[in-house]
Design a binder for this molecule. Structure first.
Ligand code: C5P
Length: 225
């Protein structure tokens, strides 16, 4: 069977990665979470003191971009790939609310985007890939055979994210998570470079109204197996 490229875009916590992982497992494709890459760059900026509340030295970060090496390593026990920043496993650190609070500022920078987009295009060169993010169907793989755009109300998404963070023992309030979701929505849809927008040829799913199982079955109908 001919391998295809599947692009999944949408707002945060709409269940993009759940659907993408399921599809990749089912099809024997590679799954790539591009949000993890932007999160790792945000973590690098934090670790080097380039970003904190009300401060962001984007020029300093841009200068050091060539030093940033991002690698996904598959963890067979977990069943998914973990993010390594310059040789160190940062999978846990990149999922914290601190990183979530800074990542969209970092993702606005064109130099950051072009570096990551280039690496993403390289990963998808041989197709057989499911990639999720914000600009996959519009910028990274405009020719993807299947594009999905996922939405859900901010409240539904914040509840999802809040549960995940609580499970991990993160000390956050629901209001804090909701505020973060709304702020990221705003920045992601309003930035100049590659704003979050549904590609004309993407199929749209509203995750507040259909179940994961229904979603998966609907998507399979679009794939010519
Ligand atoms: O997918 P996730 O919520 O982990 O993404 C974190 C942030 O990274 C998003 O809010 C967005 O600012 C940025 N991002 C992006 N383009 C992508 C993936 C993520 O700008 N392709």
């Amino acid at each position: 069977n001919k391998k295809i490229t599947i692009a999944i875009d949408g707002f945060s916590s709409t269940g993009k990665s759940t659907l993408a992982k399921e599809l990749a497992n089912y099809l024997g494709y590679v799954y790539v979470d591009t949000g993890a890459m932007y999160r790792a760059v945000a973590l690098f900026a934090m670790q080097n003191g380039y970003i904190s509340p009300n401060f962001f030295d984007s020029d300093a970060l841009i200068k050091r971009l060539p030093e940033i090496k991002l690698v996904f390593k598959f963890n067979a026990d977990l069943g998914f790939a973990e993010m390594y920043l310059n040789g160190i496993n940062v999978e846990k650190e990149i999922r914290t609310i601190e990183v979530s609070n800074y990542v969209s500022k970092v993702a606005e920078i064109s130099e950051v985007r072009s570096k990551l987009v280039e690496q993403q295009q390289e990963m998808g060169r041989n197709k057989g890939i499911v990639m999720d993010g914000r600009d996959i169907g519009t910028v990274v793989f405009p020719d993807a055979e299947l594009k999905i755009f996922m939405t859900a109300s901010p409240r539904t998404r914040a509840e999802r994210r809040f549960k995940e963070l609580m499970k991990k023992g993160d000390d956050v309030t629901f209001e804090e998570v909701l505020k973060n979701v709304e702020e990221r929505d705003y920045i992601d849809t309003h930035r100049d470079d590659s704003p979050l927008v549904k590609a004309d040829d993407a199929i749209e799913f509203d995750n507040s109204t259909i179940s994961k199982q229904e979603q998966f079955e609907k998507v399979l109908k679009f794939i010519d197996l």
